[in-house]
Design a binder for this molecule. Structure first.
Ligand SMILES: CC[C@H](C(=O)O)C(=O)SCCNC(=O)CCNC(=O)[C@H](O)C(C)(C)COP(=O)(O)OP(=O)(O)OC[C@H]1O[C@@H](n2cnc3c(N)ncnc32)[C@H](O)[C@@H]1OP(=O)(O)O
Length: 252
């Protein structure tokens, strides 16, 4: 694995996004490795999947703009967006409970990635934000559709429409972040404290309850809405406003 680290410990499968020099931005290799590792984890008797980032600055900064800025047309954008969209759907529908441990900022597609997880845990004052609007696009990996399954509609619309960065405390108030870890606490210890009651259960019990949660979904409509979201983002991607916004970021 070049872009991820995977370890299994005490019933937990840990996945760490590992491109800290680019704030764990997602490239094609990371997508392929994520897909491979999720397949492997599904076959283990691990109870819970924890996804985190390497370094202490970012969980994930979304798509790798230095790479994806070369995608110009709607069709080119759709190819990348739908590839990662499939992986986010896989995480959202994963048969074991999934947890995003925010070691740092989760922005853009990185915020979509944490939304695909069942639980989110963050150190106080960690920032998260669906900043795609500031790049003249919308969520493009399915995270917008998934957010409406995690929050009250008004809060989901505020997160998406304002393109703002929020502190973890705001997410905790809204029920998006499920545990805040204090600055003087070790991040992993704080996670284990949150997970201990879950880890006391068997893998079968945990996956059975995850299945009950997923059974409520009209899967066909969910998948259709994710596809529409990806198509919408692809259309906006092609516009000059988006390309100019990405150039501004890369030339900052
Ligand atoms: C559907 C998803 C959607 C898509 O793929 O279409 C996206 O996700 S679009 C990308 C949206 N993401 C962003 O706009 C986030 C951009 N990054 C940031 O806001 C910051 O980097 C932050 C808050 C994540 C971390 O800030 P910090 O001050 O700690 O770091 P720097 O900004 O100085 O960045 C360090 C270094 O990393 C490079 N970098 C950061 N994010 C990306 C990225 N998404 N793609 C490519 N490169 C990224 C940044 O340019 C710096 O590089 P350097 O060569 O050291 O200047």
């Amino acid at each position: 694995m070049n872009t991820l680290e995977w370890k299994q410990e005490d019933g937990i499968s840990w996945i760490a996004l590992s491109r800290p020099e680019l704030r764990n931005a997602v490239n094609y290799e990371m997508m392929d490795e994520l897909d491979e590792i999720l397949h492997k984890i599904e076959a283990t008797d691990d109870k819970i999947v924890v996804m985190t980032g390497s370094g202490n600055r970012a969980f994930c900064s979304g798509g790798d703009l230095s790479l994806f800025h070369s995608l110009y047309t709607e069709a080119e954008a759709y190819g990348m967006l739908s590839k990662m969209g499939q992986i986010l759907k896989r995480i959202f529908l994963f048969p074991k409970p999934t947890v995003a441990l925010l070691n740092g900022a989760a922005v853009g597609g990185g915020c979509e990635l944490i939304t695909a997880c069942d639980f989110r845990i963050a150190r106080r004052n960690t920032k998260f934000g669906f900043v795609q609007g500031s790049l003249e696009i919308t969520t493009g990996w399915g995270g917008g559709t998934m957010l409406f399954e995690r929050l009250k509609p008004h809060d989901a619309m505020t997160y998406l429409m304002t393109s703002q960065l929020f502190a973890a405390e705001k997410g905790f108030e809204d029920g998006f972040i499920h545990q805040l870890i204090n600055d003087d606490e070790n991040l992993e210890d704080g996670l284990r404290q949150f997970l201990n009651p879950y880890l006391k259960q068997s893998a079968n019990v945990l996956s059975a309850y995850k299945k009950i949660w997923l059974n409520k979904f009209d899967l066909a409509t969910f998948e259709e809405n994710v596809e529409k979201e990806i198509r919408n983002c692809s259309k906006l991607w092609e516009k000059e406003e988006h390309h100019a916004a990405v150039r501004r970021f890369l030339n900052k």
